[in-house]
Design a binder for this molecule. Structure first.
Ligand SMILES: [Zn+2]
Ligand SMILES: [Zn+2]
Length: 353
């Protein structure tokens, strides 16, 4: 089978690999396609990154073989599924406090070998907790948003967004656009902000109350404050990790408000606005990854059309995966989906009977 592995040249190389097998229990999934996530890009472009790693986790696939005696697993051969790549233990101190993504088992579990691959092995744990059958009304590309949308849902839950809150989304990539839709669903008034016209338009088309272009710290923060009861936003979600985004967040949030950090930055030494946090009594909330419950909420919200992903995605063939990476890095597209295998009625590639 074909997989895409990381190289020291900060790109991916398609290479032949052994098909995964089931030892005791689990499933083999033929990957129909996999979304390219910002976190994949960070790892691929990391100059100290490891070679020969298969990235990709926003998968959609067909179960081609399944072996389990676990009565909680209702999936069967032929099902089209999505799955989260990490599974929490549900027993540790982190899990007991709902910090599932901090659980050590969560961090250790993954797909084998990874989503950018024709086939993967899914453990019984994955099948029980994070694999979900795709509803019939969702397209393959729509379903691939299950994991990223689940991360956004988790962020909104952690921020405790509620009716009539004023919410600012800084950065209107696919994550920002989904985040805004979830905040709207929770009853907030949502303003999106970005530099790129195409993204501003996309947010507008997908139901944001306002979608504005960043002009300057002065002008944009003044406008946001005016639109937010003349005091500033209840919550600011940072889906972009630039210094100017952080400055805008600090200027636009109201006293006592929350800033939700949803992206990594290249320097680990971000400066902290200590006195703003202290005198304005700000809450800074980090949000990383998604729990199995968030995945279930996500597929339900996608299925009901609460989260829409129209026109966000550009589809690339597996062989063009490096072009997808370049186009994403250069902001030529909003989101890439890598098409890996044909659907189940195409039997040519069927290696499992
Ligand atoms: Zn992701
Ligand atoms: Zn745990």
């Amino acid at each position: 089978m074909k997989t895409a592995v990381s190289t020291t040249e900060q790109n991916l190389r398609i290479k032949e690999a052994e098909l995964p097998t089931i030892e005791h229990s689990g499933a083999i999934v033929r990957i129909l396609g996999c979304g390219l996530c910002g976190s994949d890009l960070v790892k691929i472009k990391d100059k100290n990154g490891l070679e020969n790693i298969v990235h990709g986790h926003e998968i959609v696939g067909n179960i081609v073989e399944i072996k389990t005696l676990n009565k909680n697993i209702h999936l069967k051969k032929g099902d089209t599924i999505v799955a989260g790549h990490h599974v929490p233990c549900y027993e540790c101190h982190y899990c007991n406090n709902k910090n599932y993504s901090m659980c050590s088992k969560f961090k250790q579990t993954n797909f084998v070998p990874g989503g950018f691959s024709e086939y993967i092995f899914l453990s019984e744990d994955h099948l029980e907790h994070t694999a979900i059958k795709v509803p019939d009304n969702l397209s393959e590309v729509e379903a691939s948003f299950c994991e990223p949308a689940a991360c956004c849902i988790r962020a909104i839950k952690r921020a405790e967004t509620k009716q009539n809150d004023k919410v600012i989304i800084i950065g209107l990539g696919s994550i920002g656009i989904i985040m805004g839709q979830v905040a709207k669903h929770y009853g907030a008034y949502v303003i999106g902000c970005d530099l790129i016209d195409e993204r501003i338009k996309a947010a507008e088309n997908l139901g944001f109350d306002e979608s504005i272009k960043f002009e300057s710290q002065e002008i944009t923060s003044k406008y946001i404050i005016k639109q937010c009861n003349d005091i500033g936003a209840d919550q600011v979600f940072l889906t972009s990790g630039s210094k100017s985004s952080l400055d805008l967040a600090i200027k636009s949030v109201r006293n006592g408000g929350k800033i939700i950090v949803f992206s990594s930055i290249s320097s680990p030494y971000a400066y902290i606005h200590n006195n703003d946090i202290y005198y304005k009594e700000l809450s800074i909330i980090g949000c990383y990854s998604a729990s199995p419950e968030d995945l279930k909420d996500s597929i339900a919200m996608l299925g009901k059309g609460i989260i829409k992903t129209d026109n966000l995605t550009t589809v690339y063939d597996f062989d063009d995966i490096n072009l997808a990476i370049d186009d994403t890095v250069n902001n030529k597209i909003i989101k890439a989906y890598i098409k890996i295998s044909q659907n189940k009625n195409d039997t040519n590639k069927e290696q499992f009977k």
